[in-house]
Write a protein that binds this ligand. Structure first.
Ligand code: SF4
Length: 726
């Protein structure tokens, strides 16, 4: 007997007459899915498909990857350099030489007048690794400002800081294959199905085969929490308390891996003294998880043959973000769960090449995980580039989140923004707007002309996008993937590599340092600089990376392939070769709900969108599913305030307000609301963004708000006004 499909019209894929399939890697999230883009006889990119033989995605793509080829022809692209004397005047089209000359002369004028560090550069997690390395040469070696950072401070800085504190170096120890081997998984503040759908699919497939327990720690009943065996709805900002309590139970009940601790960890005594104060009864009153659940999770994790933890922004975007990462690392060190199959601490990175900027951009130091604070590192790089080591500062400058306050106080007068959109992504939009107005000169470099931040610039550089360029990116599991140039940038837009190389020619040190023109020549420099280091890529070439569909570092010069895990030998990157168990006292410094502002505000990503919608907002098949800023609200709280499902309400904090469409759902508790972070003039008008003391990452996910009913006519007026702003 025939069922279903055979009785119906079969699904037909549109015929595109593809004449060529070009291999590349997705440029949205850091999962690192391999994609083939189909070109028709006119050379237009008309379709895309996942690559079956690729280890990461095995043919799968999420909604963003499926429609990514539409970006090549999307609206709002920058195709011509633009210039104007004053912000708010109309831009005039210009040529590259004029735009570059103007920018170089403004950088020099500002530096000569106010000092070298008065000009700042903020970059991205979206450009290619060779471009990051070249930008680092330009920023550190030619322009010479120390106030140079990436927007990764908004997403992964806490993971970087936590890895460095625990293990002595950045670099996630594990890989996706760990899902195939683990016996227990805890996900802290990570909603995989919406944020990283293909990693979720890898995890779910592994779990269907072996049915290991999944524990989700998240204040909201996320999609992942709905699939979990246990959901721990933690009080926002108290992860450190829960982690200390888990460690307390493990030590109290003798469940720790003492042999591993003795052989591979330092600081155990101080650590044990601190966690002794966090018994489950005391901890439960702070973190909101009952004492028996804390005990059960600790026992389950410690008794599993192998156990792993993953996390995303729920941990990182907190005033205790770095401590949260250290706490997760300590949980795994305590139980001997590092560097073995199924045993790891794995940060699930946000942007496609956040890892590439951490490794090679020189944002926080010098290339290849070198530090400005180390004389040997400064000398090595200065010699390799052919400049005086004294040109480098001796410690890192301001983080992105400290650059804006430094503009406010007049310390910084000029800014170059590359592939990021702080007018939408930074907390407290009103303050950031005023900050931009204080700049003497601003240049924005982006693939899109209509990025909100461009409205505050004097010069606009139109850049190539994703697979309009050649190079590599590193994904969450240290896999270096190839991006190949599927089509060329539109109009006069140029690759970021070309832009940095051209700018370097206008500075004195740009005549001394070699700036190769092709991505593979730049990659050769990086290979050379990586030899013998933790992130050794000396065995890789662009060709090998494409053949193997991505290679995980380290891969030494004569190796056949890369390494799925690091720290398998129990040797860490602190000078004594040990990992550190670090005591984490909890200091409650969040803005918490009170009588005037009784709701926690939580924010996050939805599957259809990416970051500030500069790309996904242009793709019909994504935007139509999530076109409007909305707020999840608990039905009981809404009833008390007289707010109905699918009506507009006003979200108010001490910083500002936003009008949002209300969706009633039990996913959020009565004292919390959730708003996606993608929309301009929305959640970041309200957010506070207190900074983590180690990573300087903002606590986007914790602040106090109130909700006010609003007439629907007033709401329409506010929304129309916001839409007219751009
Ligand atoms: Fe791209 Fe991430 Fe989706 Fe994969 S999961 S297709 S990398 S957005």
């Amino acid at each position: 007997m025939l069922f279903g499909r055979a009785q119906k019209n079969p699904i037909k894929l549109p015929a595109h007459d593809i004449v060529d399939w070009k291999y590349t890697t997705c440029g949205y999230c850091s999962t690192g899915c391999s994609i083939e883009v189909g070109l028709n006889k006119d050379g237009q990119a008309v379709t895309g498909r996942g690559v079956g033989g690729a280890d990461v995605n095995q043919g799968k793509l999420c909604i963003k990857g499926i429609f990514e080829h539409e970006l090549f022809h999307s609206a709002g692209r920058g195709t011509v350099p633009l210039m104007r004397d004053k912000t708010y005047e109309p831009y005039q089209e210009t040529n590259w030489d004029a735009a570059m000359d103007k920018t170089a002369s403004e950088i020099k004028r500002i530096q000569e007048t106010y000092g070298r560090d008065s000009f700042a550069i903020i970059s991205t997690g979206q450009i290619l690794t060779e471009e990051f390395y070249t930008l680092g040469k330009l920023a550190r070696g030619c322009i010479g400002t120390n106030n140079y950072d990436g927007n990764t401070t908004l997403c992964m800085a806490s993971a970087v800081s936590g890895y460095k504190r625990s293990f002595g170096s950045d670099g996630p120890p594990g890989c996706y294959d760990d899902f195939e081997h683990t016996d227990c998984l805890i996900a802290f503040g990570s909603n995989l199905p919406e944020q990283h759908p293909v990693i979720y699919w890898r995890m779910r497939e592994a779990r269907e085969k072996r049915r290991f327990p999944l524990i989700v720690v998240d204040p909201r009943v996320t999609m992942l929490a709905q699939f979990a065996d246990m959901h721990l709805p933690i009080t926002p900002g108290t992860d450190v308390v829960l982690l200390n309590a888990l460690a307390h139970v493990i030590l109290d009940e003798g469940l720790e891996d003492r042999a591993y601790i003795d052989a591979h960890c330092s600081g155990a005594e101080e650590f044990e003294k601190l966690v002794a104060q966090y018994d489950p009864v005391t901890a439960s009153k702070i973190c909101g998880i009952d004492e028996d659940t804390i005990r059960n999770v600790a026992r389950l994790y410690a008794k599993s043959e192998s156990a792993m933890s993953i996390w995303t922004m729920g941990i990182n975007q907190s005033t205790h973000g770095s401590d949260g990462v250290v706490g997760i690392n300590s949980l795994n060190l305590l139980t001997g769960n590092i560097g073995k199959p199924g045993s790891t601490s794995l940060s699930i990175t946000g942007q496609c090449n956040a890892m590439g900027t951490r490794e090679w951009s020189s944002c926080s130091g010098l290339p290849g995980y070198r530090a400005l604070e180390k004389e040997q590192d400064r000398e090595e790089i200065a010699k390799f580039w052919g400049i005086d080591p004294e040109f480098f500062p001796k410690k890192r400058g301001l983080f992105q989140t400290d650059i804006f306050p430094a503009i406010e106080t007049g310390q910084i007068k000029g800014l170059w923004i590359i592939g990021t959109n702080p007018m939408t992504s930074m907390p407290n939009t009103a303050r950031i707007r005023k900050t931009f107005e204080r700049l003497e000169f601003c240049v924005v470099q982006d693939a899109y002309r209509d990025v909100e931040t461009t409205e505050y610039a004097n010069v606009f550089f139109p850049a190539g996008l994703w697979a309009e360029k050649n190079g590599v990116m590193t994904n969450t599991e240290r896999r270096v993937n190839l991006i190949s140039n599927v089509i060329d940038p539109p109009g006069q837009a140029k690759s970021d590599l070309w832009i940095f190389n051209e700018m370097a020619k206008r500075f004195e040190n740009g005549q001394k340092i070699k700036f190769p023109e092709t991505a593979s020549d730049v990659f050769d420099e990086m290979r050379e600089l990586s030899k013998g280091r933790f992130l050794d890529i000396s065995g890789m070439t662009h060709e090998k990376i494409e053949q193997q569909r991505g290679i995980q570092w380290p891969m030494t010069e004569h190796a056949e392939t890369g390494s799925p895990r690091v720290y398998s030998d129990g040797k860490f990157n602190h000078p004594d070769g040990k990992a550190k168990l670090i005591p984490l006292p909890f200091i409650d410094n969040n803005e918490v709900p009170d009588e005037d502002y009784p709701f926690w505000l939580n924010s996050g990503r939805v599957v259809e969108h990416f970051h500030t919608r500069t790309r996904t907002g242009k793709i019909g098949n994504q935007n139509k599913y999530s076109p409007t800023p909305y707020m999840e609200m608990n039905p009981d709280s809404a009833k008390e305030l007289g707010i109905k499902h699918m009506t507009y309400a006003r979200l108010v904090s001490r910083r500002g307000d936003a009008v949002v469409l209300v969706q009633l759902t039990q996913r959020v508790p009565r004292n919390m609301v959730f708003v996606p972070f993608h929309f301009h003039e929305c959640v970041n008008r309200v957010s506070l963004g207190l900074l983590d003391p180690h990573s300087r990452q903002p606590a986007f996910k914790q602040c106090a708000t109130r909700i006010e009913p609003i007439s629907q006519q007033e709401a329409a007026a506010v929304i129309n006004k916001a839409a007219r702003t751009f």
